[in-house]
Design a protein around this ligand. Structure first.
Ligand SMILES: *Cc1c(COP(=O)(O)O)cnc(C)c1O
Length: 398
């Protein structure tokens, strides 16, 4: 390792430059691209050196479950992008959220969360947290009164997702951050749908940001991964030991792919958002479609909050509701020739899913009703194809 970007004042770089260069360290060979350190262990010159490193008295790599040079480059680049002090990359988005929720809590703690969350997050809150003696309070994320009531007594964490999956609801990050802090808690934002290009939760008062790097950061459907970002001391005190000893670590190979993905993420997310906007506007005028939800459109029920938090663009996700319910939705999905049926998102390829029977299948009817999701809705992740081809494909299928 010779040049560290820390010597090159990355703080002065603009985001796009950081996404191409931030966090890069070069080996003695001076390679152009980030090196892939696909190794599990590290060797030492002496037992003294090994013992000092393992005691934490000397800096240096020990074992890739703890840290790895390629994974570290990704973690540092993500810190620069997000404006965070430190980061731990994980094997998947759910490994990040699981570690984030489980590592710091103790029996008697309370977590508050909106009902509109990624379904695996709901599963953890419903099935894992009670086993640890942690109480969970559910709220309607768009109702300030429910937030005020839920946060009028102490809480350890609030976990939110905005825009939410699949209805693209908005949660007011600043308002919830203030209420969370007044209740003595910390706010975690799952920022996957917006990506760091369009929304910056730490600047809006959040304490932690979690990602699935599987989505826009990889962006080409290759790897699973995740990340936890926050204050250095908070990670040291709450996350570090759990991460080292339980092993949710990201593979160096996946970290290398995501590093390369970040180089083009700004271009991809902006192009996908522009495509999504065009498609949402076209679908809104289609007589077979009863409603379109897109954060950037003024007819979205939470448009004002989205516009304040994601001022530049509405993101790459569109939800729409079909006349004729599930039968019509399945009929349309079966007739698509270009857009693929898939529950993934943030990919260069446009992907579509019927949430009520797939990603949100495990929710009860009441839980689905509480987030406004029924059989009529489909969720489209808009990719990088020509938007005219995507619209034509959907119109033909309708
Ligand atoms: C995909 C996703 C996750 C989980 O990430 P994985 O990488 O699939 O484990 C969590 N939250 C949101 C909002 C997601 O879209």
């Amino acid at each position: 390792m010779t040049k560290d970007t820390k010597d090159r004042k990355p703080g002065n770089w603009r985001p796009q430059t950081m996404m191409v260069r931030g966090g890069t360290t070069r080996s003695e060979h001076g390679e152009t691209s980030e090196a892939l350190f696909l190794n599990s262990g590290f060797v030492y010159d002496s037992p003294e050196e090994q013992s000092a490193r393992m005691a934490g008295e000397k800096a240096g790599y020990i074992y890739s479950r703890y840290a790895n040079p390629t994974v570290r480059m990704l973690e540092e680049r993500l810190c620069l992008l997000e404006g965070a002090e430190d980061c731990r990359a994980t094997a998947s988005g759910m490994a990040a959220i699981h570690t984030m929720l489980v590592a710091p809590v103790k029996p008697g703690d309370r977590i508050v969360a909106p009902r509109a969350l990624f379904s695996s997050c709901i599963w953890i809150l419903k099935n894992v947290m009670p086993k640890m003696g942690v109480e969970v309070t559910w709220v309607d994320g768009s109702d300030p009164k429910e937030w005020e009531r839920a946060l009028s007594k102490p809480c350890r964490f609030v976990l939110i997702e905005t825009p939410s999956n699949p209805m693209l609801d908005a949660v007011d990050i600043r308002m919830v951050a203030d209420l969370t802090h007044a209740a003595g808690g910390e706010l975690i934002v799952d920022n996957v749908f917006a990506s760091p290009i369009l929304q910056r939760p730490l600047e809006l008062g959040a304490d932690w940001v979690v990602y699935s790097t599987t989505k826009h950061m990889d962006g080409q459907g290759r790897t699973l991964g995740g990340a936890i970002l926050g204050k250095a001391k908070a990670i040291e005190d709450n996350i570090q030991q759990y991460y080292r000893h339980t092993g949710p670590s990201m593979s160096p190979f996946n970290a290398w792919i995501v590093l390369k993905g970040l180089e083009t993420m700004d271009l991809r997310v902006r192009a996908m958002s522009a495509n999504a906007r065009k498609i949402a506007d076209r679908l809104a005028g289609n007589p077979k479609i009863t409603a379109v939800r897109y954060p950037g459109r003024s007819d979205h029920p939470h448009h004002n909050i989205h516009a304040a938090q994601m001022p530049e663009a509405g993101g790459s996700m569109v939800a729409f509701s079909l006349k004729g319910g599930r039968e019509a939705a399945f009929g349309m999905l079966n007739k698509l020739g270009l857009v693929d049926i898939s529950n993934n998102l943030g990919d260069a390829k446009s992907l579509i899913t019927h949430p009520a029977t797939t990603t949100h299948r495990t929710l009860t009817d009441e839980e689905r009703a509480a987030i406004g999701l029924d059989d009529t809705w489909v969720r489209l992740s808009v990719g990088l194809e020509d938007p005219e081809d995507i619209v034509e494909d959907i119109e033909r299928a309708l």
